[in-house]
Design a protein around this ligand. Sequence first.
Ligand code: DGT
Ligand code: MG
Ligand code: MG
Ligand code: MG
Ligand code: MG
Length: 268
Amino acid sequence: MAKSKFEYVRNFETDDTCLRNCYIVVRLDGRNFHKFAEQHKFTKPNDNRALGLMARSARSVMEELEDIVIAYGQSDEFSFVFKRTSTWFKRRASKLMTHVASQFSSSYVFYWKEFFEEQPLLYPPGFDGRVVLYPSNRNLRDYLSWRQADCHINNLYNTVFWTLVLKGGLTTTQAEDRLKGTLAADKNEILFSEFDINYNNESALHRKGTALIWEKRDETVTKRTKLPSKEEKDVAVTRSRRRVEAYHCDIIADQFWEEHPDILEDDN
Ligand code: DGT
Ligand code: MG
Ligand code: MG
Ligand code: MG
Ligand code: MG
């Protein structure tokens, strides 16, 4: 086919192919969700509708796009890990990142009503995206550990902060002052001795965030089949189906990875 004289402009496109053998991580984060949460009356410190909608949208990303082996989310962010051997979209960073961001954003709006019911969506939310490459299983696990540690630190702080305000009658400024310079142990102690709250018994969804992985399940369905004699009969058919499962557990220690050895491919 003849090329137009304009064809040369293609050469201005830059190569953003992700390095081979690396896990490709796309992390999304809600744009200005401080304001979004306020305007949509998110409960403090955690809104289960908002967290449920984030996880629902992430599941849609995993189901609609190729090669995502695990996703981890907390607050207004979600990270998606593409398998290291993925060749989807020739590993082009911009393609992967924009597909994740747009599928996630449209799902967030699409499923809004399922979670927020009568609370209307007041304006179209946006999410930023970035791509990071991790060359080893250790690096990838440390990345996910970093996000889960962030979830823990923020949730512990927010839990004590809002307990001091809502149950302790402090103003937000007083609560802030009270928490200045405190360590994790001090925060646990405030919750325990002053409010009879054992932080470890707080919701796992809030403490650990959400990890989504693929799991194989045997599903048995009965099918009506015609026998050679033309007679019809119900036959049980068992199929192995892949589906996305959610976990609110520790993903920092080895246990989770030992129990789900299919998520990571071997280094080397
Ligand atoms: P950004 O990401 O730079 O555009 O700005 P923000 O405002 O999204 O900041 P970020 O991502 O660092 O912090 C997340 C904000 O979202 C934070 O202000 C609290 C809010 N948020 C997230 N989840 C919840 C929730 O479950 N309840 C409430 N009340 N707020 C939440
Ligand atoms: Mg931010
Ligand atoms: Mg944000
Ligand atoms: Mg955030
Ligand atoms: Mg096209």
